[in-house]
Design a protein around this ligand. Structure first.
Ligand code: PLP
Length: 451
């Protein structure tokens, strides 16, 4: 066993790790993690696109301490307090009147579970028992979380495999919008979008338009296929199909939202407004586990007319310390105008990645948005034939990058599509990343892939 690594067999901690002997981190500061063997690892992914301010921040630490000394916890089924009130107000206001309320939770999976339940409750309160909308349409290449409901919603084949048949039966699927994989040679963006809209329309027709509760999608696909943005006009077309049949549009912004793609909510760039949106990772920047679901007026008004409350509740919902941490993270993002830096550094990151990675062997596609970029690996660049995930190409590159002389943390993925396609790495630096760091990250990534 290498020094600074913990053997899983000897650990009392039982959780999923990509490594049989994970590196032990002893401190984290700025954009670097220090390991027990003295390595300084450049964190080019903010963990899993989480630590958007980098590691360690005096202002956030002070806000957490202040909250601990004021109200650390109060049962949110009975009481409220300043931090959850302020955070939900901030979130709702950030949508310029489109969203009406925020439900605050602890993780992205919980946020997706909550979104699904509240969508179902909306139709339950609105319709007769005989005309319930119980079906969801999601996309084949997607990841929406690890709890049984959210896992059923996602199409990540490898992560679902052990749990088939899924608990949630009422999810059917359409294609992801993926220009590299899905768009054929004779198509342009417009005709591709028209085909995908027709596919969604056909799916509504197949399962019965009046039975569909919601269409669910990640604006930029994260863990399933590695930072795949939709083409121009795709979400507008999907919104139109949902509206045609009175179904909801749920956007899962857990990974791609809260500034990661250059605007606070990714949907601002798509010129659509979802009925329900989820968010997590960048919301609290990793200083505390925090997530949220926002609901638009249509849904909240129905709750107010009907039962008055969501039929949902969790012990740690709207946790004051998590809310105080998230609020301070969001204040810093606003005050330091970090989204402008995301856009500027994101453009540079994309440009350098294309310049240095496009022509490397096995690099099939470089794509992304804001500070959220992915590299898909293929065996054959012309036919786009994927690697077998058992070959572990994405994970192999990630492991190599962690070693000296690179000492770079990349985020790997594989096996998401038909158990095959989806071998990729993701880059998701902090919102305050500098130009020199962006250049260094791309240099190290290119050097690792070349090796
Ligand atoms: N939804 C998306 C789009 C995600 O990327 C993830 C996690 O990566 C989740 C949901 C689940 O979030 P969590 O891991 O916080 O439960």
């Amino acid at each position: 066993i290498l020094p600074g690594r913990i053997k899983q067999q000897e650990s009392a901690l039982l959780h999923r790790s990509l490594h049989k002997a994970p590196l032990e981190v002893v401190s984290a500061s700025g954009h670097y993690l220090t390991t027990a063997d003295g390595r300084r690892i450049l964190d080019s992914t903010c963990g899993a696109a989480v630590a958007c301010l980098g590691h360690g921040n005096e202002r956030v630490h002070a806000a957490i301490l202040k909250q601990l000394n004021t109200v650390a916890y109060a049962n949110s089924l009975i009481f409220t307090s300043t931090a959850p009130e302020e955070l939900s107000r901030f979130l709702v206001d950030s949508t310029h009147g489109h969203m009406a309320r925020a439900y605050i939770l602890s993780s992205g999976s919980e946020a997706m579970e909550t979104a699904m339940k509240l969508a179902r409750q909306y139709f339950m309160e609105k319709s007769t028992p005989e005309s319930q909308r119980i079906n969801f349409i999601a996309r084949r290449e997607s990841y929406h979380g690890t709890t049984l409901g959210s896992l059923s919603m996602g199409g990540h084949v490898a992560r679902r495999a052990l749990f088939e048949p899924m608990l949630l039966k009422n999810v059917t699927r359409v294609s992801q919008c993926n220009a590299y994989r899905g768009m054929s040679g004779h198509e342009n963006t417009e005709s591709y979008v028209a085909r995908l809209a027709q596919e969604l329309d056909d799916e509504f027709q197949r399962i019965g338009p009046d039975t569909v509760c919601a269409f669910v999608a990640e604006p930029v696909v994260g863990a399933a296929t590695g930072c795949v943005p939709a083409v121009e006009g795709y979400f507008r077309a999907m919104r139109e199909v949902c509206d045609r049949y009175g179904a909801l549009l749920i956007l899962d912004e857990v990974m791609s939202g809260m500034g990661r793609c250059g605007t606070l909510h990714e949907w601002e760039q798509e010129e659509v407004v979802p009925d329900i949106q989820t968010m997590a990772k960048g919301l609290g920047g990793g200083f505390a586990p925090v997530a949220a679901v926002m609901l638009n007026h249509r849904i909240v008004d129905q709750f107010i007319k009907g039962s008055g409350i969501p039929s949902h509740g969790m012990t740690y919902q709207a946790h004051p310390v998590a809310c105080a941490a998230a609020l301070e993270v969001q204040r810093i993002v606003q005050e330091e105008d970090l989204l402008a830096n995301v856009r500027k550094m994101g453009t540079l990151l994309g440009q350098l990645m294309h310049e240095q990675l496009d022509d490397l062997p096995y690099v099939g596609n470089v794509r992304g948005k804001g500070l959220f970029w992915g590299v898909e690996f293929v065996r054959d660049k012309v036919s786009k034939e994927p690697f077998d995930p058992t070959e572990g190409v994405g994970i192999g590159i990630h492991e190599l990058a962690l070693e000296e002389p690179f000492s770079l943390s990349l985020y790997p993925g594989a096996g998401s599509v038909d158990g095959r396609r989806g071998d990729h790495i993701m880059l998701a630096p902090a919102y305050n990343v500098t130009e020199a760091e962006v250049r260094h990250i791309v240099d190290l990534t290119a050097a690792t892939i070349k090796k």
